[in-house]
Design a protein around this ligand. Structure first.
Ligand code: URA
Length: 240
């Protein structure tokens, strides 16, 4: 791969910036200052350093975002702000997209990536990837409703939801954590509606092996660690 391409796909520098940086002697490959931005580098074995910082090559980009309210889970939208608007411009040039959807007023863990294959597998029903949400509801959840939500309820259209898990903050409480393994449109809201209750707060706190990083404020993001990326791949491997 050409050095300027390497620098651009890693979100480091645009091709024209790379040219200037090379001219100023700011880029080293395997310890030697490079003289042209079109030299070939092997992303897997060569060590590329820009301004003293080693540039890690990632074939795909994986981002954890703490989604705030008011943003839609889309790549672009004529009227609404999208979760991609929360990322810096240098990342916008990748073909990033949100892996799955959170409603406009749902908060919390959102995975954003350009890895279509992994994303597809993570969302495939046969992968059974668990998603947990902290919720608050208008009314308390009775033992009977908890059983119904856990066993399966009919949401409109006649779909019977798959088994879920519910942990209430205390017996009969109106808040707790619900874990589901599927992702129908407005699923949790519709499940609660099926028990004549209403969700008033919803925050995703985990997605498969990922848990929401508490150091991220709403609207903040970070790259996934190599361990988190491996854990995601392992989570889908067994069922695909
Ligand atoms: N279920 C919902 O109702 N909304 C979400 O955003 C996610 C799950």
């Amino acid at each position: 791969m050409r050095l300027d391409k390497f620098l651009s796909v890693t979100g480091t520098l645009s091709r024209s910036e790379a040219k200037k940086a090379v001219r100023k002697g700011r880029i080293f490959v395997n310890g030697a200052s490079v003289r042209a931005s079109d030299v070939e580098v092997d992303p897997d074995t060569d060590k590329v350093v820009f301004d003293g910082k080693v540039i890690e090559y990632r074939r795909f980009t994986y981002i954890m975002l703490n989604k705030p309210e008011g943003y839609v889970s889309a790549t672009d939208d004529a009227r609404e702000r999208t979760v991609l608007d929360l990322l810096p411009d240098e990342l916008r040039k990748f073909n990033l997209f949100p892996c799955g959807r959170l409603d406009k007023y749902t908060l919390g863990l959102m995975l954003i990536t350009d890895d279509g294959e992994l994303s597809h597998k993570l969302l495939a029903p046969k992968s059974h990837v668990e998603k947990s949400y902290r919720f608050k509801s208008e009314a308390g959840v009775s033992e009977e409703d908890r059983n119904r939500l856990e066993t399966g309820v009919y949401i409109d259209g006649g779909y019977l939801t798959k088994p879920a898990r519910l942990t209430l903050d205390s017996e009969g409480a109106s808040s707790g954590v619900i874990t589901i393994r599927e992702g129908k449109y407005h699923q949790i809201k519709r499940m609660f509606e099926a028990t004549s209750n209403k969700i008033t707060y919803l925050e995703r706190i985990s997605f498969g092996p990922l848990t929401l990083d508490k150091s991220l404020s709403r609207g903040e993001w970070r790259f996934l660690t190599p361990e988190e990326i491996d854990a995601l791949a392992a989570a889908v491997e067994k069922n695909n």
